[in-house]
Every structure is written in structure tokens, then in C-alpha cells.
Design a protein around this ligand. Sequence first.
Ligand code: HEM
Length: 423
Amino acid sequence: MHVHYEPFSAEVRDDPYSFYATLREHAPVHFAEGVGAYCVSRFEDVRAVLRDAERFSSDAMRTLLLGAPPGVDPQSDPVAAQRMLAFAQALPFPLESLITSRNLIAEDPPRHGPLRNLVNRGFTPRRIAAWEARVRAVARECMAALRTRREFDLVHDLAIPLPVTIISEMLGVEPARRHEFKQWSDQLVAGSTGSGWNSDPIESGLAGAMRSLCEYVQGVAAERRRQPGNDLVSLLLTAQDGEVALSDAELAFFVALLLVAGNETTTNLIGNAANALLRHPAALARVRADRSLVPALVEEVLRFDSPVQFVFRRSTCDVDIAGARVPANSHVVVLLGSANRDERHWGPTAASFDVGRDTTGHLAFGLGNHFCLGAALARLEARIVLDELLDELAQLERCHERVEYVDSFLVRGPRTLALRRAA
Ligand code: HEM
């Protein structure tokens, strides 16, 4: 059977799940010609790839972050190389520092571990738990504003401001600049993983957004070097126990990663949760009646409609997956969103939304050495916001049936979710 699947296509974005079901059944290792990469879709295979950093390198994530299309090796493709160079030249750092910069999400062992330990200091369970009261206060502020209106956009008025406010406060960003943070973050997502993915990084706005963000972070870093505070930037600029502190370029890339990996995904988790609850009123009623189910609700949303649909890897040698040969040096699209719906693992009800399900082992935050650094923060924010939202949601209905998705093939969530009080 000939299977057609291209991860970077609008037709897939609207409903990836029917494509995934076909892939798992007929082509568990599918070569997508458009992006030039092998797509792995079954739970066991996805898990095996994520656990095997030796044979599946994360350097494929760097290519994407540096503005080259996935699946293309910039060293052998002049168009990709040109694109990366144009992007790099637009940034306020010398080219050499970009080449030598460590970039958490794209490093392999042994470089990854020490860097991860360094940034981990800002994300320990104790540090994250300390944000609980502040997260609740921001969620309540947003909810109070929504209650005064008959109609509002849940994404714009709640799911976006909450994580942006929290991460900005963690980083010590001036409140007035928050809307710019969101704008840069949107441009970074669309320019690297959405409609701009194979266009010129200058024209798509990707390079401009990255430049503005880098310049801003450079300014903040200079200030914190002079006068360290109790914020994440100050912490990251201080080396401990023989660690090498982050350079300016590394800090800027890490803040960009936090913005994109951190904000955008949590916004989409909240949006996907509201979407699923509006579609499944019995689940909404069940969680409203038993609040101890809120954490299970968050995990089921992560499994059922994963905010990050896939990650990239590069095979370092010939590897056989599900009986198919993936040649050395190939790009691999690791379909988390499909693994989380695999009936081979989750049973015949894999495609249904069930807050009573055992979701242990879902792959929405990845697995292995790159397991999401912000998982505890994302869970905290989602639990609090949903707890605050549940009663309200039961009084609301959608203004439009059709869901418009964010401009990204990798990140999944509603772009807007207009709601009004039911008559
Ligand atoms: C629902 C929300 C989120 C989802 C679904 C999500 C998903 C993921 C996934 C799948 C990875 C693994 C990437 C890979 O294996 O290549 C990852 C890594 C990462 N995430 Fe998240 N994320 C979320 C929220 C956050 C938040 C709130 C932050 C920080 C504020 C964050 C920061 C990071 C970082 C820094 C990494 C890289 C870790 C490493 O490479 O060692 N994420 N995330």
C-alpha cells in the first residue's frame, strides 16, 4: 500500500491522527520525500529511538534551530547552507561563537550532561514549587477579566498570558516587554517549524525575531553581570563547581529555547485541554465533581493531543527499525503524537479521550537525556489553570465549530478559541 505522509503539510496539520493510524499500520518507518526524513510512528519504536542517543543524535535539532530545513544536511546542500549563513549573519554574535555555542536541545552525550546540569539548577522541583502561589494569582487575574465579558478568546486571554508572564518573571524580563517576547516567540515558531520553514529566514521574519531577542538578552545579561539578582539569567551566568557558565550567545539561544519550547507548548496544552473538554462534556463533568482527577486530566490531554507532535534525530549508523533499514546519516522524524495514540500500546481505546486512563509512560515530554526540562513547570501551570477554569467552562460554548491551528507543524494547539456564555 502506498502511504502518503508529509509532516510539514497543512493537510496533515488539521488532523494528523488519521495519517498516523495509517502509518502505524502500513508504514511504521515511512520516508517522507518532502522533508527528506524517515518518520517513525509506533510507540515501541519511538521509545527505542529516544532512548538511544548513541545511534540517534540530537544534532538534527540544531539544523532546525539554525534555520535550515529538517532532513537537509547544510554541509552538503548549498541552499540550506546559504539559509543558515544568512540567519547566522543576522545575529549580533561573531560567527565562530555560533559554531562553538552549546545548545542544550541539540547536544549529545558527553557534552549534553554538564550543560543540562547547569541549566537544571533553575528548574529543580523546589524552585518550581515556589511558583505555585504566583501561578494561581496570575490565573485568577486572567479569569476575573474573562468573567466580566460575554465573549472572549481563551487562547489570547488566558492560555497565552499565563506562561509568558511566569517565564518572563522567572527570567526577570520587564513586564512592558512581555508582548514583544510573545511576538518574537510566534515568529520563531512560524519561521522555523511553520509556514516559513523553507523560505528565506530574513523574509520570514525568523532572523529578525532572533536578532531582537538576542539583543534584548545581551542587554539583560550585561545588567545582571553588574548586579546579579535572584532570577534565572543571573543563575545561568554564574558557574559552579568547575562548570563553564553560559556565554552570551549560549544564553540567548537558551532563552530562545525557553520561549519556544516553554511558552508555546504550555499555551497549546491549555488550549488543547479546553478543546478536549468542550468536545467531551462527560469528562468535564467528571473532573468538576472530583478535583483529584485534575492531574490525570492534564496527563490525558498530553497523551491525547500532544503539544509537541514530533522531534528530530539523525541516525549515526545504519539502523533497522520495525524491519526497515534507516541508512546512516538520515534524518528521523520521531512522531510523539502518533506513539501516544498507538493501539499496540494503549489498547483498542487509544483514540478516545478518557481521564480515567493510566497514562504512565506517555511520550509528550520526550524520554531519555532530553526529557523536557520544563515538565514540572508545565504541569503546575496546566493543573492550576484548569482547576480555575473548569466551572467556568461548563457555562461556555464555542463561537465557531472549526478549530484554526497555530502556524507550526511541530507544535500543535488552537490558534484561537472564541467562547461565549451559553444562552
Ligand atoms: C506542555 C508543555 C511542554 C511540552 C509538551 C514539552 C515537550 C518537550 C519535548 C518533547 C522535549 C524533548 C525534545 C527532544 O527530545 O528533542 C522537550 C525538551 C525541552 N523542554 Fe519542554 N515541553 C513543554 C514545556 C516546557 C517548559 C514550560 C519549558 C521551560 C520553561 C520547557 C523547556 C524545555 C527544554 C529546555 C528542553 C530541552 C531539554 C534538553 O535538551 O535536555 N518545556 N520539551
